[in-house]
Design a protein around this ligand. Structure first.
Ligand SMILES: NC(=O)c1ccc[n+]([C@@H]2O[C@H](COP(=O)([O-])OP(=O)(O)OC[C@H]3O[C@@H](n4cnc5c(N)ncnc54)[C@H](OP(=O)(O)O)[C@@H]3O)[C@@H](O)[C@H]2O)c1
Length: 506
């Protein structure tokens, strides 16, 4: 047990606070902090959205929110806004303050040093590097910590539901979007689909893209619709634009599932030229292989130029054949090959006839992509649903009937009984002019997470296993994007599958 962890001080265990229903004053200021937090909700990924308000004797001394990863956290923004003396103040923050050195130093430490007296928290942080550690650090310094319960706690949890899922499972939060007629059709039999839903619904769909860290589609949809799948700022709903720092908006990379590599055969760039999706931003063409990717990864050596395998890559008769000279990154269950400046080939294991969706999500999770949005036709959307991989399903319904022969939005197998049907726990509806948005979701829950040891995470730059796993994952990403500045230490470092696998699982 790390020093101080689990020990009793005063009443109760350090790091553990029971959620309570807040009084009117506390609820008022926490709601203000939540309002602040929402200003960053589309720009903070891979970090959570957090807001903070500092109050003393009924006066707001400072407030702020986290804008983007690498920038100061909400508590620091609020301390800076207060501009000096906050001794004895009460801090309202939507998420447990961090206690580890990440891209920035620990916020709990900054609050202690600032001499605040009380901290009201909207929700715990299940990030294994925090998970009660921030609360414990504050309590240890004699600061009173209050955790909100009830509806306010739920609202704080909801704001960061994607972060919570992703940080605890190492896979992105998956959302699907379908624009359908009321009889569940997404296109006429001749493929005509423009437009089934109204302009406001499509604008709302842009909001989902803004939220997403990656868009997943298929070669089939790209060939039929030739979509751009980008975020169009001028089409975003007005309420999203309020308080949004447009300079921080990023275009999500795209993954185009193309198991048989029809877009990258013979590495011919002419094959993708007609398709808009590949002309902007970063894309991956996800191809399937039956080669042993772990074996290839074991042999990969990081170099100045990227990552190359030391051993020749064996050839097999089925699936994509990895080209040793094109490898720019690898992991136990993926290889990334260079294709064009903007487009890489993501080689994944094949699950029967298609790329493995679970391996795809593992790859995206290793890149800290918190929200993955599936924008595809019936086959892929159904595959994600059928495998139980969808966290939220967004269905925009238009007041029209397209008939039995039109294309269905989903192609799911019929359950043997009504009881066996796949159900989402929650269904919310929003009227959008003459359309209705139906959102299906799972219940909000914060998984119980054991914090990585305090010694490693609290006050010294972390050397934890998960940090190393992240480092190895992020170096793979840097190599994949060509953005890496390799350090001499990373040169010629053999990245073994065994090491990474054990790190990733810790
Ligand atoms: N209304 C909307 O919101 C919307 C959105 C997008 C598209 N669309 C429409 O959808 C139509 C295309 O739909 P579609 O059903 O033909 O195509 P789709 O669902 O976009 O893609 C089909 C492809 O998905 C991949 N796939 C299928 N099952 C899979 C599994 N279990 N695991 C991994 N990959 C799997 C396969 O690619 P591989 O063979 O390469 O593995 C398959 O060819 C178009 O007409 C387009 O206009 C509508």
């Amino acid at each position: 047990m790390a020093k101080g962890e689990g020990k009793k001080k005063g009443k109760g265990k350090l790091g553990v606070v029971k959620p309570v229903e807040l009084n009117e004053t506390d609820a008022h200021y926490l709601k203000l902090a939540l309002k602040e937090a929402k200003r960053g909700r589309y720009t903070t990924s891979p970090n959570p959205a957090v807001g903070c308000v500092i109050v003393r004797d009924g006066e707001i001394l400072g407030q702020g929110f986290h804008h983007a990863a690498g920038q100061p956290h909400a508590e620091i923004m609020a301390l800076r806004d207060a501009g000096g003396d906050v001794a004895g103040a009460c801090v309202y923050v939507t998420l447990e303050p961090c206690c580890h050195y990440g891209r920035t130093p620990p916020c709990a430490k900054a609050l202690i040093e600032a001499g605040v007296k009380r901290v009201v928290i909207g929700s715990r942080d299940p990030n294994p590097k925090v998970a009660g550690g921030g609360i414990a650090m504050l309590q240890e310094a004699g600061i009173e910590v209050v955790l909100a319960g009830g509806k306010l706690n739920e609202r704080c949890l909801k704001l960061n539901r994607a972060f919570f899922k992703s940080i605890t499972t190492n896979r992105p939060f998956v959302i699907t979007k379908l624009g359908m007629s009321i009889d569940g059709k997404i296109a006429l039999s001749d493929g005509t689909s423009k437009w089934i839903t109204n302009e406001d619904s499509r604008s709302d769909g842009q909001r989902l893209r803004l939220w997403a860290d990656v868009l997943i589609t298929t070669a089939a949809t790209v060939r039929v619709d030739n979509p751009r799948y980008n975020v169009r700022i001028d089409e975003l709903p007005a309420e999203v634009m309020t308080g949004l720092d447009t300079a921080l908006i990023r275009q999500p990379p795209k993954v185009v599932i193309d198991t048989h590599g029809t877009f990258c055969q013979d590495y011919d760039p002419e094959l993708i030229k007609p398709y808009s999706i590949f002309s902007q931003g970063e894309s991956f063409i996800a191809v399937g292989t039956k080669q042993n990717l772990a074996k290839i990864h074991e042999a990969v050596v990081a170099t100045e130029e990227g990552a190359v395998p030391k051993l020749p890559v064996s050839r097999v008769k089925t699936g994509w054949k990895v080209n040793a000279e094109r490898i720019i990154a690898s992991g136990p269950n993926f290889v990334v090959e260079r294709f064009t400046d903007r487009v890489s080939i993501l080689v994944l294991p094949q699950d029967r006839d298609h790329v493995s969706l679970e391996a795809l999500l593992d790859f995206l999770g290793s890149k800290e992509m918190r929200v993955a949005m599936v924008e595809a036709g019936a086959a892929l959307t159904s595959a994600f649903l059928n495998q139980g991989l969808v966290d939220e399903c967004y269905c925009y319904l238009a007041p029209m009937f397209l008939g039995a022969t039109a294309q269905s939005g989903l192609k799911l197998p019929e359950p043997p009984t009504l009881q066996a049907a796949q159900r989402f726990a929650q269904m919310d509806c929003k009227v959008i002019a003459d359309n209705v948005l139906v959102v299906l979701s799972q219940p909000l829950r914060l998984p119980a997470v054991k914090r990585t040891s305090r010694k490693k995470t609290a006050l010294s730059p972390a050397k934890t296993a998960s940090a190393s796993a992240k480092k190895s994952a992020s170096s793979a990403q840097k190599a994949a994007t060509g953005a890496a500045k390799k350090t001499s230490a990373s040169r010629a470092k053999k990245v073994t599958a065994k090491k990474t696998a054990s790190k990733a699982s810790s």
